[in-house]
Write a protein that binds this ligand. Structure first.
Ligand SMILES: *Cc1c(COP(=O)(O)O)cnc(C)c1O
Length: 340
């Protein structure tokens, strides 16, 4: 039974819940892992994560479907992506089957924190791992902790959809051949100054270009980008410094298989921005969030779908994927995983 909370007005913030999952890696192996109600971590002052930022994370959500089931969306892809992040950061992989089981166990231990259907709120699930023992020379830690915390978050669009204004960034998010394609905390640390500055200047997000030539559009600080062409094609940037969004990959399948929309993954020159009729950011939090204006150093590109609502293609795409997630549309095999 869900707690008596005003789910609709919850912010996107941290709120302590009943249990977290914790497992420790020591002497070359993971322990069994357990649920804990201790939400504080005590670490050596020289822990690898504190000195050299050896940490990565994932994000997914649990929610209540139209017929009252508690489910999550494609947790296998979060496990795979975290394995890729761990490999790149010289961290031990937490086995995929145990990852998925731990996600289920921690949600089950917090069932009263899962918001009801129709509230727009969800239980955000944050798996993460960090180097926990002392390291002073630059090298990987020998000990790691894998945790999953859950926290209820409110609807992404409170009081209706509001297309956002973004700017083409002067700074880079990721280096060529760097870590842009993994979900590492370090990618976010370096984006903080730029996002604070963007907000000061009246922008919701920074749109990053490719770090080698600053010619092609990549993604924003925490979301991939979708474009719709005049002839109704869905286009998304292709680059190996983009984080492979699970939402984006799912939306491409939905566009093709459910809506018969032609889909293209290719380099997108920044000069093409003025030609698109719809632009949206995509990620777990909002599924799709419409962009109404893109500023590029004094030039404003007004997206034809405007500053009031979703364009028809991205709106339909978002409705279809949320329908799949909420159980009102038939889901592809394995996409919606039942927890309770
Ligand atoms: C997490 C993340 C996304 C969105 O990925 P989803 O799996 O769809 O939530 C996009 N870009 C960056 C940089 C991210 O860290």
């Amino acid at each position: 039974m869900a707690k008596d909370i005003d789910w609709g007005s919850l912010p996107f913030g941290y709120k302590e819940t009943s249990k977290s999952f914790v497992a420790n890696f020591k002497d070359g192996k993971w322990d069994e892992g357990t649920l804990t109600s201790d939400h504080t971590i005590t670490l050596n002052e020289c822990a690898g994560v504190l000195q050299y930022a050896q940490t990565c994370f994932e994000g997914l959500k649990a929610y209540t479907t139209a017929d009252g089931k508690i489910v999550c969306f494609r947790p296998d892809l979060n496990a795979d992506r975290m394995a890729d992040s761990c490999a790149r950061l010289e961290m031990p992989v937490f086995p995929k089957d145990k990852f998925i089981q731990a996600v289920k166990d921690v949600v089950k231990a917090n069932l009263d924190w899962v918001p009801p259907y129709g509230s727009g709120a969800t239980l955000y699930i944050r798996p993460y791992m960090f180097g926990s023992n002392a390291v002073i020379g630059v090298k990987p830690a020998d000990e790691y902790q894998f945790r999953i915390l859950v926290t209820p978050v409110g609807p992404y669009f409170k009081g209706g959809v509001k297309p956002i204004k973004v700017r083409i960034s002067d700074l880079d998010r990721a280096a060529p051949h760097g870590t842009g394609d993994i979900k590492a905390g370090l990618n976010y640390a370096m984006s903080l100054h730029n996002i604070v500055d963007a907000h000061k200047c009246g922008y919701a997000e920074n749109m990053y270009t490719d770090p080698a030539t600053h010619t092609y559009i990549e993604e924003t600080g925490g979301a991939n980008i979708l474009f719709v062409t005049k002839d109704g094609k869905l286009v998304t940037p292709k680059s190996n410094s983009i984080l492979p969004s699970i939402t984006r990959r799912s939306l491409l399948v939905v566009a093709k298989e459910y809506l018969g929309i032609e889909v293209e993954e290719r380099q997108i020159n920044k000069n093409e921005l003025k030609d698109f009729v719809e632009v949206g950011l995509c990620g777990t939090a909002a599924v799709i969030s419409p962009v109404g204006q893109i500023d590029d150093h004094g030039t404003s590109i007004m997206v034809p779908s405007g500053m009031e609502k979703f364009g028809p293609v991205l709106g339909k795409l978002r409705d279809t994927l949320t329908g799949i997630q909420m159980g009102t549309e038939k889901a592809p095999e394995g996409w919606v995983v039942q927890i309770a």
